[in-house]
Design a protein. Structure first.
Length: 101
């Protein structure tokens, strides 16, 4: 009888501890779920086209993405046409050179 009682208590302890772990887990996030911003996908598409022929594509994509996020526009084509987006055209790096490809 004591063996049966101790086995039953052991099983109850194990089952209750598994429920305790699941209730102690982090609660699901409340509030609105954040979707990727439309600007990010817009910038990826426009910068992908802008940097298609670049020798250092990863660097071009990085700086184009920074400029696109700040200016909300990217000139058409793979080179030039910066007059289409004055903000993009006027961004300068610390050395005074054009920042945006």
């Amino acid at each position: 009888m004591k063996l049966l009682l101790s086995t039953f208590l052991l099983i109850v302890l194990i089952v209750s501890s598994s429920f305790l772990q699941s209730t102690m887990a982090a609660p699901p996030p409340t509030g609105p779920l954040t979707a990727p911003s439309p600007t990010a996908s817009y910038c990826e598409l426009k910068c992908g086209a802008r940097c298609a022929n670049a020798g250092y594509k990863d660097r071009c994509m990085k700086y184009c993405g920074i400029c696109c996020a700040e200016c909300k526009c990217v000139p058409s084509g793979t080179y030039g046409n910066k007059s289409e987006c004055p903000c993009y055209r006027d961004k300068k790096n610390s050395k005074g050179n054009p920042k945006c490809p």
